[in-house]
Ligand binder design. Structure first.
Ligand SMILES: Nc1ncnc2c1ncn2[C@@H]1O[C@H](COP(=O)(O)OP(=O)(O)OP(=O)(O)O)[C@@H](O)[C@H]1O
Length: 516
């Protein structure tokens, strides 16, 4: 059974003159990365709101991770939402909590030990470039900063499903690239990502599944899709752009194959040298991952006996591991989630095949899947995504194909190691990085700023950096039309954040109005 299933779903708002969603059928398998595209008002946000159970469908059936949302009692809604991460355009941060508390809260509700929270929160905040903003409240943040808090919260929670509504809508291209890197990394941990976007560049670079809505109806559902569809909007310009996007993907693959003898390379080596500042952030992410691994090792050691007993009682190691990860407060939720997993897939999850690391070697392994279970899962995944039909094969698909993650509570070590070592998914990010940093003219006719002139994900450029850059011999310009500080016009419903394109961290007076 699909992780997300919508059958004949219609949504009519009380004041709506037409259905916001009209008889929608949609199935999304575990591990997919799906872009929702479509004109303003086509129903993308409504679809996400229904999945989050913020809105109720007027008609039809919605099942998410085995939960029939029509039957979800109010009491179980918070627990249901714990299996979801959400990164929405208006951030949905808790206004009465600081940045630190917003991220910590995501861990508190799943019963994470206080010492672990104290260790993880600063690191995830560093990863997303929010050091120094820990004590700010949401109304004291710029749009980009608020979005980074939302991403940090989603990342730290390791959700089954991440719903994102225009997460890059308010951000400059480089910061958007960073967000896509993080979303891609989250997806590679096995989390299913459903992202509504108007960003053509991202969709065309990532080559993920694209579902297009038009007046509340799904008019296109393409694997490895592009932003515009020549099929539904058959003008020559759209056809040429879709064709070009496809060719660009193929070109990156071929170039990488020629360089490395393999189909793909890790992002770090696949991106241009101008991306070094972004790869510095990759180190931050790795540090964060290691701490999570180490913290989990401590938790596991502390609670190992109890977890083993529960594992034995349940007959599944994964439930035991979820208990140790989330603690007593989440016990009931985890157990119920386990039931959901059993209902939806009928199997527990095996560990991904990853190289051993010193930190991970001390951790208990989840039980191996039996051969028949593995074959069955493998077959199901191949039915949906035949290998030969996947030119831009993504790691998320590989995860499903290999059956490497079918349980939301797979140990963090496995998930993070998988994202660290498996690199085929980086093709999409590498294409996006090349595109963002190529200095080419964007959709709206303005040149992208060179990376040196924009904030880089997780690493604002300091005065020292600027001074050091000034002392360096000049690099050849990438495009004749570049002007420092000039950025692509944002494809957003909202105004761009003034602070996001500045080379220095935003000042208090550069903050936007309250975000809630
Ligand atoms: N709370 C509401 N009450 C009444 N109508 C609504 C409400 N929310 C959305 N709608 C309507 O439902 C339709 C779909 O809106 P929705 O926000 O889902 O579109 P969207 O594709 O997300 O648009 P955008 O890209 O601008 O975010 C629109 O016609 C909108 O006016």
């Amino acid at each position: 059974m699909a992780l997300i299933s919508m059958k004949h779903v219609t949504k009519i708002y009380p004041k709506g003159t037409r259905p916001a969603l009209d008889d929608v059928d949609l199935e999304i398998e575990r591990g997919n990365f799906v872009f929702l595209v479509g004109a303003s008002g086509s129903g993308k946000s409504t679809l996400l709101s229904l999945l989050l159970h913020e809105e109720l469908a007027t008609d039809g059936e919605i099942r998410v991770a085995g939960n029939d949302l029509r039957r979800l009692s109010n009491r179980r809604v918070p627990q249901y939402r714990r299996s979801l991460g959400f990164v929405f355009q208006d951030y949905k941060l808790l206004t009465n909590k600081t940045v630190w508390q917003n991220v910590a809260f995501a861990l508190e509700v799943i019963g994470t030990r206080r010492s672990t929270i104290r260790s993880l929160v600063p690191q995830v905040l560093k990863t997303v470039g929010l050091i120094g903003k820990e004590n700010n409240f949401p109304h004291e943040l710029s749009g980009g900063e608020a979005q980074r808090v939302a991403i940090a919260r989603a990342y730290v929670n390791h959700p089954q499903i991440l719903l994102a509504d225009e997460p890059t809508g308010n951000l400059d291209p480089t910061t958007s690239l960073g967000i896509m890197e993080v979303l891609d990394a989250i997806n590679r941990t096995g989390t299913t990502v459903v992202m509504a976007t108007h960003n053509e560049e991202i969709v065309n670079s990532m080559r993920k599944r694209v579902v297009e809505l038009h007046s509340g109806k799904i008019v296109r559902d393409e694997r490895n899709g592009s932003y515009d569809s020549a099929k539904f909007f058959p003008d020559a310009d759209v056809a040429a752009k879709a064709h070009q996007a496809l060719k660009r993907g193929a070109a990156v693959n071929v170039a990488q194959s020629a360089e490395s003898g393999a189909i793909s390379q890790p992002l770090v080596s696949a991106v241009p040298s101008s991306m070094e500042s972004s790869t510095a952030n990759a180190h931050d992410m790795d540090r964060f991952k290691n701490t999570l691994v180490e913290s989990k090792a401590v938790n596991d050691a502390d609670e190992g006996h109890e977890a083993s007993r529960r594992s034995a009682d349940n007959g599944t190691g994964s439930k035991g591991s979820s208990h140790t990860e989330h603690g007593e407060a989440a016990e009931q939720g985890s157990a119920e989630q386990g039931k959901v997993e059993q209902n939806s897939s009928g199997v527990s999850s095996p560990a991904p095949s990853v190289p051993p690391s010193s930190a991970s070697s001390t951790l208990p392994q989840p039980p191996a899947k039996t051969e028949s279970e593995a074959v069955e899962h493998h077959k199901d995944a191949h039915d949906e995504f035949p290998t030969e039909a996947r030119p831009g094969t993504s790691l998320s698909d590989e995860h499903v194909t290999n059956g490497t993650r079918t349980n939301s509570h797979a140990p963090a070590r496995d998930a993070f190691n998988a994202s660290q070592y498996e690199d085929t998914a980086n093709e999409g990010i590498a294409r996006l990085a090349k595109s963002v940093h190529s200095g080419k003219t964007g959709r709206y006719g303005k040149a992208f700023a060179p990376v040196e002139n924009t904030l880089t994900w997780g690493k604002g450029i300091t005065a020292e950096d600027v001074k050091a850059a000034a002392n360096k011999p000049p690099t050849p310009p990438k495009a004749a039309s570049h002007e420092p500080g000039q950025v692509k016009e944002h494809n957003s419903k909202r105004q761009s954040s003034p602070s996001a394109s500045q080379p220095t961290p935003p000042s208090a007076d550069g903050h936007e109005e309250a975000k809630q």
